[in-house]
Design a protein around this ligand. Sequence first.
Ligand SMILES: Nc1ncnc2c1ncn2[C@@H]1O[C@H](COP(=O)(O)OP(=O)(O)OP(=O)(O)O)[C@@H](O)[C@H]1O
Length: 240
Amino acid sequence: MFLHEITKLNEVIPNERQYPFHIPAIRQLDRLRLEKRVTFFVGENGSGKSTLLEAIAYQCGFHTGGGGRNNSYELDASESHLGQFIRLSWKPKVSNGFFLRAESFYQFASHIDELAKEDLRIYDYYGGKSLHHQSHGESFLSLFKNRFGRPGLYLLDEPEAALSPTRQLSFLSLIHELQKSAQLIIATHSPILLGYPDADIIHFDDQPLARIRYEDTDHYQITRRFLENRQMFLRELMAD
Ligand SMILES: Nc1ncnc2c1ncn2[C@@H]1O[C@H](COP(=O)(O)OP(=O)(O)OP(=O)(O)O)[C@@H](O)[C@H]1O
């Protein structure tokens, strides 16, 4: 464990009615303890998972558009609005790690290509060739396998976005390898990834944030009910 607590600096919040402080999960946040090497953030779309993950990345000095401490590139809207208003407590402090953000991965891949013009060895960390020359899912897995080996804090925002169900299963075993020397915080909607055992699942639809059992998440329950009763679901959804 490296990062063990996130504290929101309530006394310096400028305006509780404005983004991002008005998001219910953020408004109610005082402190969040991290107790496991793997923590998942779950919750409805717009519940504030990315906002908090990005704020952690900002405090770690990672590029908030995606990357580590040494990645500096231009990206619109890559600032973190919450970043300056949280404090991270470490034991011990690590500076190594990475923020994966599926939505700006394309720009990150272009940034690596720019660096490779100076030194081709940079590709060794990304599967041996340009991330643009790998499929979306292949490039994610290259990153996880090659760049994520060292101890550090890995912040992943919807890593399943590019992964087939089979590759999500591969990713589960990779998480298991990584957590032996690293800490991971993963925002996800994947019922497969959430099934990783001995992880904490933090539920952003609860205020204040609370832990939830895997089997109690919507992701598990809705997916399970859909698969077991697909015809009934479809009839209800498509009824005139
Ligand atoms: N730059 C911004 N300015 C204003 N509002 C924003 C901004 N970025 C996000 N929001 C709003 O903040 C809320 C939380 O967004 P956030 O991206 O953190 O949600 P999320 O839980 O990660 O959602 P998803 O599961 O869809 O990725 C949303 O209502 C979103 O519209």
